[in-house]
Ligand binder design. Structure first.
Ligand code: FEO
Length: 179
């Protein structure tokens, strides 16, 4: 595996694990506000980020590359309001999209078509991630971020369930079964 690509993919493992850390921290923030639905949504989001990290982990290993796990930064622990926390989710996802695009650029420069192909899934995923985060921000703005509207939005977000993305498993061996 090309060393430049290997280093970049390893950095993305760290970025995805940081995303999981960030959303877990945010879930705890919402639990302190007794907004269990928001907390649930973020716990599911944190799980999804783990599957993203594992996708990179498995891809590096499958191609015979070395995985270097590095320290994960501590995320913030509180935000000014549900709106500011939700805006932070959206901003973070936009940042991650930029990281994915940068990886695609490196893979293209290095003519690594296998990595380019692997990254296509993340391009699609990031569109969804940004859209769902932005939808929460918009709804919060619509309801003024409080009162009965906030209660109903919290109920809505509580419905989210964790479903591993299709073709994605935490354990590499299990992926062979097509589950
Ligand atoms: Fe792994 Fe939310 O991007």
């Amino acid at each position: 595996m090309n060393e430049k690509i290997r280093i970049a993919l390893n950095e993305q493992i760290n970025a995805e694990l940081y995303s999981s850390y960030l959303y877990l921290s945010m879930a705890s923030f919402f639990k302190r506000l007794n907004l269990e639905g928001f907390a649930r949504w973020l716990e599911v989001q944190a799980m999804e980020e783990l599957t993203h990290a594992m996708k990179f982990f498995n891809f590096i290993n499958e191609r015979g590359g070395k995985v270097d796990l590095t320290s994960i930064d501590g995320p913030p622990t509180s935000w000014d309001s549900p709106l500011s926390a939700s805006e932070a989710v959206y901003k973070h996802e936009v940042k991650v999209t930029g990281l994915i695009y940068n990886l695609v650029n490196i893979a293209t420069e290095e003519k690594d078509h296998a990595t380019s192909n692997f990254l296509q899934w993340f391009i699609t995923e990031q569109v969804e991630e940004e859209t769902s985060a932005e939808a929460i921000v918009q709804k919060l703005k619509l309801i003024g971020g409080e009162g009965g509207g906030l209660y109903l939005l919290d109920q809505e977000l509580a419905q989210r369930v964790f479903t591993p993305p299709p073709g994605t498993t935490i354990l590499a061996g299990a992926a062979k079964g097509g589950a």
